[in-house]
Design a protein around this ligand. Sequence first.
Ligand SMILES: *Cc1c(COP(=O)(O)O)cnc(C)c1O
Length: 339
Amino acid sequence: MKRIDLRSDTVTLPSAAMRRVMAAAEVGDDVYGEDPTVNRLEALVVEMTATDAALFVPSGTQSNLLALLAHCQRGDEYITGQQAHNYRYEGGGAAIFGGIQPQPLEFSADGSLDLQLVKSYIKPDDSHYARTALLSLENTQAGKALPLEYLSAARVFVDQHRLGLHLDGARAFNAAAYHQCSIAEISRPFDTVSLCLSKGLGAPVGSVLCGRRELIQAARRWRKVVGGGMRQAGIMAAAGIYALENNIERLKEDHQNAELLAAGLRGIDALDVQREEHQTNMVFIQLPAERSEALQAYLSTQQILIGAGERVRLVTHLDVTADDVERVVGEVKSFLQRR
Ligand SMILES: *Cc1c(COP(=O)(O)O)cnc(C)c1O
């Protein structure tokens, strides 16, 4: 029986074709700037995003950390979301390594941060306060593609208030697929953008931080400091190039499969299915925690993996087909209707 893993799109496995380009990759010492495949990946990202420079890093967490360190000094703060990855799920790295304080705010229903709310949290220039240096957005946020007009409005806003603007674009390619626009259009308003290669794009490892030249230069220095300088990293960069060249177009299939999953699950009375119109490859289901634990346990006996809790996130990705979705819906139905 095929295993279907809906816990995250980080679980995607490198295909045989991806492994072949990895095995054949030309490599050198990337800390010396001499790995031709890493250089090719960084150049490709620069071209695709229309930014000045790019930096290959081991993870999205490190990419966000380097961006925060590049934008902020010790004693500065960044405004971000309560549920933002770079506030909630990165171990407090900015505070640990940079003495940088987060100012988290509630995300709006569409995954944006309300700019009037942000404005009210920008600190006056006064020694009582940390210095507000950066606004950090996330796109997609819980699978929601931020409106393109909002991104432009955020640029105008940070210019007015002299803040930097960072995008945690771990799934920015999903946002581009949703809007049927280029990744350059999503990236344009930002000073720095972090892109994950190891989620729906299917590379085993790696993220790319891109943006303004001086910020990426600073990030390159910080990457070495935090131990992210890798040597013959071209083996992994080759997977990233393969992902960018082959796995972007198909992201819309993940969105269609998520739609299919939501439609199937909506037919089940015991479930509250949450999938808003602008959501991409995620569906959320709500049910009592003990029910969801029982559901999780049952599904695992059927080789279907999901999370547990009162609100469960189901994520579609390149290792999940429309047939798999049908099987999942059938199994969820049979379990919840049986008891
Ligand atoms: C996955 C993710 C990251 C980075 O995760 P890593 O596991 O460190 O690569 C950053 N931001 C968001 C929104 C993510 O989903």
